[in-house]
Each structure stands twice: as structure tokens, then as C-alpha cells.
Design a protein around this ligand. Structure first.
Ligand code: FES
Length: 116
């Protein structure tokens, strides 16, 4: 059975838009890795919630419809991210659903690897 595709656009701090596709059930980190999207240092801990380099900024309406709310571990890690906003999440913790098709996320200008 073929999984449904979800279109996702990453917007760099300089305004450059990178539109790509992920599959339902993928994490946003998987979308970056699987499509070889060149985001320097992104996803350094490979989704183990120890780096905060996968910090992404969502539009309010998207943030509100994300399938899962951030857990305590994610919130602790977000506290270490630069440019934290009210609609920030960690990309390795966001699972794509069909409902998120057309999602646009901003990539912060600076990433912070909490491990260093
Ligand atoms: Fe490290 Fe998400 S990839 S916290």
C-alpha cells in the first residue's frame, strides 16, 4: 500500500523556499534527510531529543493543528534553541499527517547544538 504524500515547504532565514514532499507518518526530520535538503547542522542528534538543531518555526494555524503537543523533554530542548518563538517545535518530533499537506515551516537563522 502506497503511503500518501504531504507537501512541505521549508523557508530559510534569507527567504529562500524549498518545497518538497514527505509521507504520512514521516517526521519532519525524515523529510529533510530523505530529500537531502541542505540545512547546515540540522538534525544533529538524529531525533534523539538531545540537540535542538531541528528547531522549526510554524505558522500559528499550523502550530495549532499539529497532531501532538510538545512533551516536557521537547520543551526543555526548545529552551536551548536560538530564536525561540511561541510557535516553535522540534522537527524530529512532528509526525506528518494528511491534514498537514501544504505545511510551511521557517528554519531559524541560527541553530544551537545543545550537546556542544
Ligand atoms: Fe536533535 Fe531533534 S534532531 S532534537
Amino acid at each position: 500500500q502506497q503511503k500518501e504524500e504531504v507537501t512541505v515547504t521549508f523557508i530559510r532565514a534569507n527567504g529562500e523556499r524549498i518545497t518538497t514532499k514527505g509521507k504520512v507518518g514521516d517526521h519532519l526530520l525524515d523529510v529533510v534527510v530523505n530529500n537531502n535538503i541542505d540545512l547546515d547542522g540540522f538534525g544533529a542528534c538524529e531525533g534523539t531529543l538531545t540537540c535542538s538543531t531541528c528547531h522549526l518555526i510554524f505558522k500559528k494555524e499550523d502550530f495549532d493543528r499539529l497532531p501532538e503537543k510538545a512533551g516536557d523533554e521537547e520543551l526543555d530542548m526548545l529552551d536551548l534553541a536560538y530564536d525561540l518563538t511561541d510557535t516553535s517545535r522540534l522537527g524530529c518530533q512532528i509526525t506528518l499527517t494528511k491534514n498537514l499537506d501544504g505545511l510551511e515551516v521557517k528554519v531559524p537563522a541560527t541553530i544551537n547544538d545543545a550537546r556542544s
